[in-house]
Design a protein around this ligand. Structure first.
Ligand code: FNR
Length: 383
């Protein structure tokens, strides 16, 4: 068993143990992948300000997100097909998050259903929906989320249509996979994945199966969703979806000050500055570059969070120091899941928390709420 000390270690193991089709699905951005790359590269350009002799005892990474106490202000982002990275992946990730004390968000495009996850955890989790045109579906799925006790709804607003990822097309991505000779050859070295997958019945999109006509091919349920993306989306429609839910709402996928102002005006409880992990508008700026302007515009009206590009506790520190009240991580925990299942997600969270705690101490900070620009050294003209 290799010694795991970083998110990069989990990523290497994920690649080795997971079918190429699903590893590539996670490890890709749209088109040229410029935004995907810059999300991480831009974090690296921001440096931390070392301080000494400031009594670092009694430190904590504890904080709150939406008024909920968290072990650190890091939530698991909604990730489609998590249950293809590893059998029952959504349940495993939700359990790890619950034990660790951070929020978990279940994607609409998950393999395990809302009910599957609810049966396996005791604390409320969050549910994510896309802005789909089908209100019959929206109402039913939100009713299921309410019945399962979900405590907040994440509405993803940056996917009115899909940014193309070349690798997915080339790999012929489907869930479950079609067993072509290439897929079978790949699986020969990934037997653990195959055995676990054979042992579970959860291999289709759990929140969509049963809704579409029973004759539909479950493997193509993602194309059902693709047809329903709402290209006519506007702010009235977003408000309508928020009202349909009636509880706490997080709007995810905001990347401009103007949109942040509009989002805050809807009464959203939080917004996520996000470019969908570089999977949508290739060429968009990284989330971390856009963050300060958005915090400045709406930070006193709603909680501003960030995702896209976080791979370490140092990255978390940088986002918090630039005014985010919390962050979401996607790939960082998916690597852990693909590498080692539930213990891998726990490992990812442990790595990030330890790095955050140590870096806070070496910056001379003891409390999340005290983090600020003084902790950072930022190149001129960066924002
Ligand atoms: C995503 N993301 C995403 N977002 C969402 O709202 N619903 C979804 O179903 C998915 N699916 C999905 C799959 C995969 C494989 C990835 C990597 C991402 C986006 C996700 O919630 C988040 O915005 C990004 O993952 C953040 O970037 P990092 O942390 O992965 O760099």
């Amino acid at each position: 068993m290799p010694v795991i000390t970083s998110i990069a270690d989990l990523k290497r193991l994920h690649k080795r143990r997971t079918p190429k089709m699903f590893y590539d699905y996670a490890e890709s951005g749209s088109y040229t992948e410029q935004t995907f790359r810059e999300n991480t590269e831009d974090f690296a350009q921001i440096r931390l300000n070392q301080r000494i002799a400031r009594d670092m005892t009694g430190r904590t990474t504890k904080s709150t997100m939406l008024g909920q106490e968290v072990a650190m202000p890091v939530a698991l982002a909604p990730v489609g097909l998590t249950g293809m990275q590893r059998a029952d992946g959504e349940i495993k990730a939700a359990k790890a998050a619950e034990k660790f004390g951070v929020p978990y968000t279940l994607s609409t495009m998950s393999i395990c259903s809302i009910e599957d996850v609810a049966e396996n955890v005791s604390e409320p989790f969050w549910f994510q929906i896309y802005t789909l045109t089908d209100d019959d579906y929206n109402k039913r799925v939100l009713e299921r989320a309410r019945a399962a006790g979900c405590s907040a709804l994440v509405i993803t607003v940056d996917l009115q249509l899909l940014g193309q990822r070349h690798k997915d097309l080339k790999n012929g991505l489907t869930a479950p996979p079609k067993f072509t000779p290439a897929v079978l050859a790949d699986l020969a070295t990934k037997w653990r994945w195959g055995i676990e997958m054979l042992q579970t019945k959860r291999r289709f999109f759990g929140n969509i199966v049963g809704h579409v006509d029973s004759a539909a091919d479950p493997a193509s349920l993602s194309s059902w969703t693709a047809e329903k993306f709402d290209q006519s989306l506007n702010w009235d429609r977003i408000k309508q979806l928020m009202d349909m839910w009636g509880g706490k709402v997080i709007l995810k996928g905001i990347l401009s000050e103007e949109d942040a102002e509009m989002a805050a005006a809807t009464g959203a409880d939080a917004i996520v500055v996000s470019n969908h992990g570089g999977r949508q508008l290739d060429g968009a700026l990284s989330s971390i570059r856009m963050l300060p302007k958005i915090v400045n515009a709406v930070g006193d009206k709603t909680e501003v969070w960030l995702d896209s590009g976080i791979r370490s506790g140092q990255d978390v520190l940088k986002a918090l120091a630039l005014g985010a009240k919390g962050v979401m991580i996607g790939r960082a925990y998916v690597y852990g899941l693909g590498a080692m299942g539930e213990p891998g997600v726990t490992k990812a969270l442990e790595v990030i928390q330890k790095e955050l705690d140590t870096s806070m101490a070496l910056c001379g900070e003891r409390r999340i709420e005290n983090l600020g620009r003084d902790d950072l050294l930022i190149p001129n003209g960066f924002f």
